[in-house]
Design a protein around this ligand. Structure first.
Ligand code: DLZ
Length: 155
């Protein structure tokens, strides 16, 4: 196996039924980000998180995940934040600027608030690569992001 367990049931010392999660979803490439969202919710509820303890917020694009993620992490009642987006490479350097900015911003949001703020952003060369990772043949990175959040709470 190339990495840690990223789907299914996670062993955890904490009572996940008491933990509150925010999922921030970018509206760009909506077909993909909605599938990531479904995967993230399944990953959380499959591990005992109550649906009523999951708050969803939308932002226009992945670039806005940094601030949306920070705002949610600053909420006292929120224990962890999952940021979901999909950036698909185009013909201009826009892709690189967005990917770098959101990776930096999501990291900053976690460090600033000292809470898990998870980078659930697909950065792909084309739409097929994104579909493969959003419930397709390579799994669902939204679910992986949810499992990562749980593991960080269990640190
Ligand atoms: C502008 C833009 C472009 C070209 N591509 C994407 C993309 O593939 N995925 C995504 O989430 N957002 C994209 N955006 C929008 C930016 O993230 C952002 O919303 C705008 O630049 C406004 O700040």
């Amino acid at each position: 196996m190339a990495g840690p367990l990223t789907s299914g049931k996670v062993k955890s010392k904490i009572d996940l039924s008491k933990k509150k999660f925010a999922i921030v979803v970018a509206e760009w490439n909506e077909e993909i980000t909605e599938a990531l969202y479904e995967g993230a919710v399944a990953g959380l509820t499959g591990n005992g998180v109550k649906k009523s303890n999951i708050v969803r917020k939308n932002v226009p694009g992945s670039f806005e995940l940094s601030l949306g993620g920070l705002w949610m992490a600053e909420e006292k009642k929120i224990d962890a934040v999952i940021c979901l987006g999909c950036v698909i490479q185009g013909d201009t350097p826009h892709f690189d600027y967005i990917c770098q900015a959101v990776a930096y911003g999501v990291t900053e949001a976690g460090l600033k608030t000292r809470k898990p703020v998870i980078f659930g952003v697909l950065t792909t060369l084309n739409k097929q690569q994104a579909l493969d990772r959003a419930g397709g043949k390579l799994g669902n990175k939204g679910e992986e992001a949810a499992i990562t959040a749980i593991k960080m709470l269990d640190f």
